[in-house]
Design a protein around this ligand. Structure first.
Ligand code: ADP
Length: 432
């Protein structure tokens, strides 16, 4: 898939999912509001019935204006002119709540306004069977509410539903289910996007690697091919010197090819097993000076220079000489390769907490921020379109990381595109 298509798919998919989630939240909230309104209506109706029944029971036919008032915290105040008997009230409340499908626990309290006292209060477990069972193992639940004392003249009672929220949520079954399904869809979509992006990066790396391979192998192969053409000329036997020189070219190029294949194969194997190296104490300063000596000519040929600031007082490190040499060599080689002008390279060392830090910095092309997280990945090269002016397989930094970690060290970089790069290697110094 083209990257533009992938970007569009990701963008539209994400927008669609955010839209879906917003709609879902809106509907869930609406449904909850509706359920709550329905609940309040049912409570009002049930209590109204109770009021009428209590009044009829007491033989009172006067109509009380607005006898039921809803207070915050799921509480209802019901005014009644009659003396209220707890047993009768409880039975009426239970019956009416059941008839209005309010199958849940409730608490009530009866007030005598003359003495300003709660004359009776109880917590009613709606499910009688459950209540009976619970009473055998746990004591009956105490009232959880301290009912407010209202300034009223008549008798009144209060009802509260402590489990109202749970009751409403239980009624939202289908909405909970659809929300779970939606969350699962979002999770799967995010995972699919993650896999697509990962696959795309892998396929880019693969294409890049194949392009690099082709470029790296093309030059020696065409040299071999030209040399064989010369060797196939019939009169070449009369010129043994020429024959020798072309045969040597073929041998050199074949060796170069062999080394390259070997390098790729070795690196491909490297990650699979945990690297264990045998180390010995060695002066890192000497190792750096050695690598600089080997690459000095290459730097001078490009008109550049190299500065050394080997300031670490303690520079003896436990290391595997060949691997550490390669690490320094790879970093220096990159500093020279990835520089458009005359390279100015600085290598410095300093002692840090329980170790030594080696910094290799250059004034090269730098590494863009978006490439930095992948820079130590195997075969990764900063994308340059189809330009392959700097040769490589994207294996050097991977080797640097694996080998530094095998030395129990760490590697990090600081880079700005167009300004230059610094690689920092920190190695532990173990005290005897
Ligand atoms: P190679 O150089 O063979 O491509 P490396 O693993 O050494 O492989 O480097 C990976 C990529 O990191 C390079 O292709 C290059 O794009 C980038 N890179 C490495 N070192 C530097 C540097 N000093 N300056 C700029 N870019 C660098």
């Amino acid at each position: 898939m083209k990257s533009r298509t992938i970007r569009l798919v990701v963008m539209f998919g994400t927008a669609a999912l955010i839209g879906l989630l917003a709609i879902q939240i809106y509907w869930v909230k609406n449904a909850l509001d509706l359920k709550e309104r329905e609940f309040n209506n049912n409570v009002q109706m049930a209590l109204m019935k109770v009021v009428n029944q209590v009044m009829t029971f007491g033989g009172d036919t006067t109509q009380i204006v607005e006898p039921i008032k809803q207070l915050p915290d799921n509480m209802y105040v019901v005014t009644i002119n009659e003396k209220i008997y707890p047993n009768i009230l409880e039975a009426l409340l239970k019956r009416q709540f059941e008839m209005h499908h309010l199958d849940m626990d409730f608490e009530y309290g009866i007030y005598d306004c003359n003495t300003n006292n709660v004359i009776y209060g109880n917590y009613v477990n709606f499910d009688e069977l459950k209540a009976a069972f619970q009473q055998t193992i746990t004591p009956k639940k105490a009232m959880s509410t301290v009912f407010p004392r209202l300034n009223k003249d008549e008798y009144y009672f209060l009802v509260r539903f402590p489990t109202k929220k749970t009751f409403l949520y239980q009624q939202m079954g289908i909405w909970v289910f659809s929300t779970i399904v939606l969350v699962l869809v979002v999770a799967f979509f995010s995972y699919a996007i993650f896999v697509i992006l990962k696959q795309r990066r892998l396929s880019e790396i693969q294409t890049d690697f194949i392009n690099n391979m082709t470029h790296e192998f093309k030059t020696p192969l065409s040299t071999i091919s030209i040399s064989t053409d010369v060797l196939l000329q019939p009169n070449i036997v009369n010129n043994p010197e020429r024959l020798m020189s072309y045969a040597t070219i073929i041998q050199d190029e074949a060796n170069r090819l062999k080394n390259q294949v070997e390098r790729v194969l070795q690196m491909a194997k490297l990650n699979k097993e945990k690297i264990k190296i045998n180390t010995e104490p060695y002066d890192i300063d000497l190792l750096i000076k050695d690598a600089v000596e080997k690459l000095k000519l290459m730097i001078y040929n490009k008109g550049g220079k190299i500065n050394l600031h080997l300031d670490a007082a303690e520079s003896i490190v436990q290391l595997y000489k060949l691997h550490m040499q390669n690490i320094i060599y790879n970093l220096l080689d990159n500093a020279i390769k990835y520089c458009d002008d005359e390279p100015v390279i600085t290598i410095s060392t300093q002692n840090v907490k329980r170790g030594i830090e080696i910094a290799v910095s250059d004034n090269g092309i730098g590494i863009p921020v978006e490439s930095q997280p992948f820079i130590f990945d195997k075969f990764y090269r900063v994308p340059t379109g189809n330009v392959h002016d700097v040769k490589g397989f994207g294996l050097g930094l991977n080797y640097v990381k694996i080998m530094t970690e095998a030395h129990k060290g760490t590697v990090r970089l600081k880079s700005e595109a167009g300004k230059g790069t610094t690689f920092f290697i920190t190695l532990p110094i173990e005290k005897e």
